[in-house]
Design a protein around this ligand. Sequence first.
Ligand code: FES
Length: 113
Amino acid sequence: MDQTTKSPKSFLVHENVTVRVTFTPLAKSADAKANETVLDVARRAGAPIGNSCGATGICARCRVRIVDGAEQLSPMTSIELRTLTRIGFDDGERLACQAAVFGDCEITTSYWG
Ligand code: FES
């Protein structure tokens, strides 16, 4: 199965393992629960990430840069790839609402610095 077609909520995630997401340079972090996206964890950590489409992957306001641990995120969904291609993106950028977390990672944005 093509990994880009899976929704972030259906991707294999950690069970009984502590997974930490760090939001830099905000000095905020939180543990990810099973099946959570970067946006889910950011909300709980108090790290503000823009969003306006109800986490459907369309608005791209939740665009973030992965500082470390990109391999710990789910593969891009087809909607994420379409949206990022439409707006243009660099390697290491993801949509926080589409990227499910299954390992430690570090996230930043262009507006937190
Ligand atoms: S919240 Fe709209 S694309 Fe992520």
